[in-house]
Structure formats: structure tokens, C-alpha cells
Design a protein around this ligand. Structure first.
Ligand code: MN
Length: 321
């Protein structure tokens, strides 16, 4: 998906300064953002007090929305730089097209992973004939400096590894969980997992002590390390944990996001992650002039224009504003 916010505000993130080295329980409230005419999303990252969790730099949760008589998701062609996008669905389907020729329908608990490298563009839409409900998350992973010029590529994995325990089915989206490894290409030590919990489940999930973690609630009632979490909110957990207690009051769906704290300082603006104001400005100009980012074929509509750059100069610094 795209950052369709017309008042695109630059976000300065990365650096270790604000990583919680110890376990914490910090509740992140969503910011409601209107995407196009019909879809409202809840933005969890970047958040006022928390910019990143590991290399995870952007998290939108949307739905469940009844789109029976509606077009559903319609995100026109837009560019990306310096990041990977992860499309993750609990209900419905998304048709992905990109400038390197990919055309892929993504269904619930299948991984759509697009690595932008220096430049890619894509569109995302609900197919004309779609399921009644649309419910999912759109996430971005920042690419480290050593790999951010990588050749753009798109991966679709319909059969991800699954870890089970009584009352728990964990699907490994990126990285590894309890020995199960996702086939998705990663560029930093990271974990993304989808956790389906049955009512009454009481489990302790194994974690890596030097990763920082957060949990996004998508449905149901769940207690994460004792904290009740409602759908559309996120709990930041810090570092220094070797396990995470989870208790489900009802059937629940949550996402575990984590990774090694991201050391490099970043500038995130609109759909770009860069290291300097000049680099972001150049990307914006290239998109607006139709160069570098290629062309998405087959989308019925015009590409998204970039918002205006803010007048105040951007400068990379720490993790909170
Ligand atoms: Mn996008």
C-alpha cells in the first residue's frame, strides 16, 4: 500500500538512542488515516513516540471492512525506495502489479514481499470479484545501507512455515521463530510472525533477547505480557526478553514484529526511505518526471502524484521526534 497522506510529514528514525534495552510495556495508539475515498487505516508505525521496531518502519492495520458493494482497496501506481513492503491479509485478497512485471493475487496468510532497492513502483487493488471482507496489514521494512541498492524483486510465498502449540498456530512471515524459517529474503536480523490464538490459549512464545519486539492486535481479546490489547493497537515490548506470555480470552489474531534495533539513521518521507534530504528530493523528482521507477502496466487509473516536499530541511537523527 502507499502512504496516501496528503500532508506527508517527514519522519526521522533509526539509531539506537531510543531503543528500550529492557523489557517494557508501552501501548501505542493508532492514528487514523484516510486512504483514498473508502478506506480508513490505523497507523501504528511511525508513531508519535516510537518510529521503528527493529527494521520495521511502517505498520498500517485496516479492516475488517465489508466491501460487498464497494471497489475495496484501490491504490494507484506509486513508487518506493529503500524498503521492502509486506502485504499480509486475514480476509480478502489484494491484486499486486509492479514495474518489474509482477502480477500476483495475495490471499490470507500468504506473503507478498516486494523489495524496492533503489526504485520500484506498484499498485494494489481489490480484484473486481472479491470476498465480502477485507482485513489486513501493510508493513514496510527498512533496507540497511549495504543492501538498499539491491535489484528490485517481488516474492510470493503461499506456503509459509508454521509453528504450533496448544491453542497457537504461528505462521512465520519473515525471519525465524522456534526454528521455523521463512523463505522471504531479509537484509537485517528480523522476525515477523502471525499468531492465531484459540480462546483460552495460554502460551509462552520463545524470543531472542537482543531483539526488540512489538505486538499488533488484529482481532479478538488477548493479553500480551499481562496487558489487554484491543484490535488496532500495538504494544511495544523493548529488548531483553527470552519469552513472551500470551493469553487469549477469545479467538484472536495478532502479529509479532521484532528485530535487531536498526542502527542507521533514516529519513522517511511519503513512500521513500533515504539518508539525506537531497536523496529524497531526487526520488520525488524522478517519480514526477517519469524516470527511474518504471511503469505499472494494467492498472485502470493514473499514477499517484507525490505530495509537496516540506520547506523545512530534513536531517536524519534519533528515533523520536
Ligand atoms: Mn506501496
Amino acid at each position: 500500500m502507499s502512504n496516501l497522506d496528503r500532508q506527508a510529514v517527514p519522519s526521522l528514525c533509526g539509531g539506537r538512542g531510543f531503543v528500550a534495552a529492557e523489557p517494557v510495556r508501552e501501548l501505542l495508539s493508532p492514528r487514523r488515516v484516510q486512504l483514498g475515498e473508502s478506506t480508513e487505516v490505523r497507523r501504528l508505525l511511525p508513531n508519535l513516540g516510537r518510529r521503528m521496531i527493529g527494521a520495521w518502519a511502517f505498520v498500517d492495520h485496516y479492516g475488517p471492512d465489508d466491501i460487498t458493494d464497494e471497489p475495496g482497496m484501490q491504490v494507484p501506481p506509486h513508487p518506493h525506495m529503500g524498503l521492502q513492503t509486506v502485504s499480509w491479509l486475514h480476509d480478502g485478497e489484494v491484486l499486486h502489479r509492479d514495474s518489474i512485471g509482477s502480477l500476483q493475487t495475495i490471499r490470507p496468510r500468504e506473503l507478498g514481499l516486494m523489495t524496492s532497492g533503489r526504485a520500484i513502483s506498484h499498485s494494489e487493488e481489490s480484484p473486481r470479484h472479491h470476498a465480502r471482507f477485507l482485513h489486513g496489514a501493510q508493513l514496510w521494512v527498512a533496507l540497511p545501507d549495504a543492501h538498499r541498492e539491491v535489484t528490485p524483486h517481488f516474492q510470493h510465498h503461499a506456503n509459509l512455515p508454521v509453528v504450533t502449540a496448544p491453542g497457537l498456530t504461528a505462521t512465520v512471515i519473515l525471519g525465524a521463530l522456534d526454528g521455523a524459517v521463512s523463505p522471504g529474503t531479509t537484509y537485517t536480523p528480523i522476525i515477523g510472525a502471525d499468531l492465531a490464538l484459540a480462546a483460552g490459549a495460554d502460551v509462552r512464545l520463545p524470543l531472542v533477547t537482543d531483539f526488540e519486539y512489538g505486538v499488533l492486535s488484529m482481532s479478538g481479546e488477548v493479553h500480551v505480557d499481562g496487558v489487554p490489547l484491543t484490535p488496532g493497537s500495538m504494544l511495544y515490548l523493548g529488548c531483553g526478553r527470552d519469552e513472551l506470555p500470551l493469553r487469549a480470552e477469545s479467538d484472536a489474531g495478532i502479529m509479532l514484529l521484532g528485530g535487531e534495533p536498526f542502527e542507521e539513521e533514516l529519513i522517511m518521507w511519503w513512500n521513500f526511505i533515504g539518508r539525506s534530504q537531497q536523496e529524497i528530493e531526487r526520488a520525488r523528482e524522478d517519480w514526477m518526471s517519469g524516470s527511474r521507477f518504471g511503469e505499472v502496466k494494467g492498472y485502470d487509473g493514473a499514477p499517484l502524484p507525490a505530495p509537496t516536499m516540506p520547506a523545512t530541511p530534513l536531517k536524519a537523527r534519533g528515533r523520536v521526534r
